[in-house]
Design a binder for this molecule. Structure first.
Ligand code: ADP
Ligand code: MG
Length: 270
């Protein structure tokens, strides 16, 4: 009985299929994509641009529906935005006319509740934003804005955190810093994290598993377990194991893209 419970995923993606109906015709973004994410696991999703990563994440969050298939949270079907699922986007999406405190309060105002002040203060301290509550987004650097977005998401105490290329717009050093921060936050209070990135290095540093999607329509093409214990030091990134893993993932993505291009060529020449 116990073993059975451990095996059931926190988040289950079952045969997720998403068709966008556009003016120029239907576009199949995800095609029977299936993936399990276990409680307190960090899973990164990588894949070529346009392969359906954001579509997958939005589906997981309940922000948009699937054409077929389902997303399960603790075995329950997700049919809309869920209070137990937090999301962080590439853009921090802070409201420019509100200071940091008021931005963090915003989702609570919408829900008509109040945040756990102690938890928010702890998070702000954790990400190095203590004392910045009165600052407006324009007064914060890109990295600080993303930290604020993480605090805003975590202040709601979600058990699942979905992140869509959250550090994609940051410089390499800030990104490394943010990766360490995500790890620290996770070590502090482990949550289930699905992390989308186009940086294979970032995916490896952060994750227990890296999932590679095929070119559109997105489907899980491959998955890799990352064997390093936490906390991880940036030094692991210079090891042969990481070098080999990075190359293997790169080859999957490049190979998948080449195959897709060949398929397209064959289709258009027929
Ligand atoms: P990724 O995040 O991997 O770059 P996306 O999930 O954003 O990929 O997009 C997958 C495909 O679906 C792309 O071809 C994209 O142009 C298309 N797409 C994404 N969102 C929409 C939308 N709202 N309407 C129509 N097509 C979309
Ligand atoms: Mg995307």
């Amino acid at each position: 009985m116990k073993a059975q419970k451990a095996a059931s995923p926190k988040l289950g993606v079952r045969q997720a299929t998403k068709v966008y109906h556009t003016a120029s015709g239907d576009l199949l973004a995800l095609d029977r994509c299936s993936l399990d994410v276990h409680a307190k696991e960090i899973v990164s999703v990588v894949g070529p641009s346009g392969c359906g990563k954001t579509t997958l994440l939005w589906s997981m969050s309940g922000l948009h529906g699937l054409s077929s298939g389902e997303i399960l949270l603790d075995g329950q079907r997700i049919v809309g935005p869920h209070p137990d699922i937090g999301i962080v986007f590439q853009e921090a999406n802070l409201l420019p006319w509100r200071n940091l405190d008021a931005n963090i309060n915003f989702p609570f105002e919408i829900k008509g509740t109040t945040p756990d002040r102690q938890w928010v203060a702890h998070l702000l301290r954790r990400v190095g934003l203590e004392g910045f509550g009165g600052k407006f987004p324009r007064e914060l650097s890109g990295g600080m804005q993303q930290r604020a977005a993480i605090v805003r998401a975590l202040s709601l105490k979600p058990s699942v955190l979905l992140m869509d290329e959250p550090f994609g717009a940051l410089d390499t050093f800030t990104r490394d810093e943010m990766n360490r921060l995500v790890e620290e936050i996770w070590l502090d209070a482990p949550t289930t994290i699905v992390f989308i990135t186009h940086s294979i290095e970032e995916a490896i540093f952060l994750s227990d598993r890296v999932v590679v999607l095929s070119p559109r329509p997105g489907r899980v093409a491959k998955e890799y377990r990352v064997p390093f214990a936490r906390p991880r030091s940036m030094e692991i990134m210079a090891t042969k194991e990481v070098f080999d893993l990075t190359n293997a993932i790169k080859m999957d993505i490049v190979g998948g893209r080449a195959q897709a291009q060949l398929r397209q060529l064959a289709e258009t020449s027929n």
